[in-house]
Design a protein around this ligand. Structure first.
Ligand SMILES: Nc1ncnc2c1ncn2[C@@H]1O[C@H](COP(=O)(O)OP(=O)(O)OP(=O)(O)O)[C@@H](O)[C@H]1O
Ligand SMILES: [Mg+2]
Length: 334
């Protein structure tokens, strides 16, 4: 059976006045039915570009898919017409963004927006759609749901609005949900509640999920497997336990070092990998992580490492992947 989602060697270029810049570079990932894939990487790595590419929502121009395929149950979404893609959005693939207000219309009530989302894909009369809207608000645990149907987004808190957005995203029971930093804009307690809600929905519906975040702590909590992205490429992929127990890419090691464990006093301290992700215009010919890597050697500057297979479902794009246990990189990011 085909994977729920398979991105194969995706290339996204940005056509700018400064020339053609490659934002996504032969990037691949897969998500199985019912599985949560964590997609992690620092700001500017290309996570949102990837999610927009899946949804057919890339800003064209400047962006354009110039290579590869995005297969949803074997069907290449990059080949679909706009109208076919519109039918896929919402009905088969749902998306939640960081800021709930970017998905909600301030001039319509929550109920009207939900009913609209439902009727867009299902032939239901208004009454039946309104009943379903109410059920959905219950499903995302919005208290006093009947009254909230008549509320406008500005009358609700950020956490409540994100619940409404989740209700809209799952209104048509999509097979795949893309959650692009869905909790980053919320405070910590609300974050945990929203993550719990997404896990619950996923358990009940066997929906596949791509959960995008720069927070490995969240990944440990939600993901079955993880793809680590760096500068538009895959740095490492592994089942979630393997990634934390036996990371093979110095970048992954750095990210893990930068993740405070619960109760860790570093929670209150910002720990980061020194340096930043190179901008699109200054991506080097060799390994993009070379200028920040504690294990860098000459070859890294001239040649980009290919993915090295480690074990079933585990690969890392580093020349030293096989020797990582022997390398002292405990200090990366510490
Ligand atoms: N419309 C655009 N025009 C030009 N460059 C863009 C555009 N959108 C994104 N980029 C660039 O593409 C790269 C990838 O951006 P993307 O938004 O996918 O990163 P991200 O991993 O989602 O980061 P974040 O964690 O900050 O959301 C970045 O270098 C960004 O500056
Ligand atoms: Mg983003």
């Amino acid at each position: 059976m085909a994977a729920l989602l398979e991105i194969r060697d995706l290339e996204v270029d940005l056509f700018t006045r400064r020339g053609v810049l490659r934002a996504i570079d032969r990037f691949s990932l897969t998500v199985q039915h019912g599985e949560t894939l964590g997609l992690v990487g620092e700001s500017g790595c290309g996570k949102s570009m990837t999610s927009l590419a899946i949804m057919g929502l890339l800003p064209v121009p400047p962006a354009k898919i110039t290579g590869g395929a995005i297969l949803l149950e074997g069907r290449d979404l990059t080949k679909l017409s706009d109208s076919k893609m519109q039918a896929v959005r919402g009905r088969e693939v749902g998306i939640i963004f960081q800021d709930p207000m970017s998905s909600l219309n301030p001039v319509y009530t929550v109920g009207d927006q939900l009913v609209e989302a439902i009727r867009c894909h299902f032939k239901l009369d208004r009454r039946a759609a309104a009943k379903r809207a109410l059920d959905l608000l219950d499903r995302v645990h919005i208290p006093d749901a009947r009254r909230r149907l008549d509320a406008y987004p500005h009358e609700l808190s950020g956490g409540m609005n994100q619940r409404v957005v989740i209700a809209m995203a799952i209104a048509c029971e999509p097979k795949l949900l893309i959650a692009d930093e869905p909790t980053t804009a919320l405070d910590v307690t609300i974050q945990a509640q929203i993550i719990e809600l997404l896990k619950e929905i996923q358990r009940e519906s066997r929906m596949g999920m791509v959960f995008i975040t720069h927070d490995l702590g969240v990944i440990a909590d939600v993901a079955d497997r993880v793809t680590v992205m760096y500068a538009g490429k895959k740095a490492e992929e592994a089942p979630v336990d393997v990634l934390f127990d036996d990371p093979r890419h110095p970048y992954t090691r750095g990210l893990i070092g930068a993740t405070p464990k619960p109760g860790d006093e570093r929670r209150h301290r910002l720990v980061e990998i020194p340096g930043t992700v190179p901008g699109l215009a200054s991506r080097p010919k060799g390994c993009a992580f070379a200028n920040r890597c504690p294990l860098v050697f000459e070859r890294c500057h001239v040649e980009a490492p290919a993915l090295v297979h480690q074990a079933e479902g585990h690969a890392a794009a580093c020349f030293l992947a096989d020797q990582m246990e022997d390398c002292d990189v405990a200090s990366v990011g510490a």
